[in-house]
Write a protein that binds this ligand. Sequence first.
Ligand code: AMP
Ligand code: MN
Ligand code: MN
Ligand code: MN
Length: 285
Amino acid sequence: MNCLYDLHTHSTASDGTLSPEDLVQRAKQAGVSVLSLTDHDSTEGISEAESAALRLGIELIPGVEISVTWGPYVIHVVGLGIDTECELLQQGLSRLQEQREERAIEMGRRLEKDGIRDAYAGAKAFSNGHLISRTHFARFLVDRGYVETMSKVFKKYLVRGKPGYVPGSWASLEQVVTWIRAAGGQSVIAHPARCPFTRTKLRRLFDEFVELGGDAIEVVSGNYTRDNCFTMARHAMDFELMGSVGSDFHGPEHSRIEVGRMLDLPDGVTPIWHNWNKQDLAISF
Ligand code: AMP
Ligand code: MN
Ligand code: MN
Ligand code: MN
């Protein structure tokens, strides 16, 4: 049987707009057979997603997308197949969640100086009791009419050099690979084609990642071009890293990205799922 994998998605447990249950339902309708929920710095949505997946007959891989400070940059590392009860992982995630809260308060202060009042409270309301991200600030700013669209709001307020930008101090690459390994999972560099650096820096990142025992890179991501996929496939093969595939779906209103809809993994790349124990998975392959 042909399997459709989507190993990178978000729910309301971070900055997605669908509840974990609704996300699983949408993935099922889209024909996804193996789905990973990978919320930013939190595994809070996993148990709800697991119950829904069991009910709907779709395989759910517990995942997370962790924020990493790498030199002057912020990058993301996805953990797949993690034991969400792992203490080391959860301690690390708790620290990141606290960081997010502090950063959000500081973002609110900076936006206030720029004439935007109540941004922290507004973003907090959009986060609905879950962790707070720049996306929640963006939704607040669009809702209040400061900017028309989500992409404009980032450009004007929320990226480096703009009034609401606070870089945050996230985990190190080494910590994250260690936490994911401790939780029995596999680590994946998320959407490397979107990393804001040169090819030389990207290759340095992959070198370091391999050295630390990282497993894979996202060779296919929701908004990649065909060219991006082939370039990332080349890197995966060069560094003997496996390839992962994920839409990075955040919700139906997020324009062009849909759950389960991505380009195919190019030939020659070893899929991250190649040695997943099929006996352990509930669905038939
Ligand atoms: P944070 O982890 O709080 O820094 O927020 C990062 C999130 O903001 C990403 O995971 C995306 O979901 C979202 N994001 C970043 N840049 C943009 C953009 N240009 N347009 C829309 N969403 C964005
Ligand atoms: Mn996001
Ligand atoms: Mn990301
Ligand atoms: Mn993501």
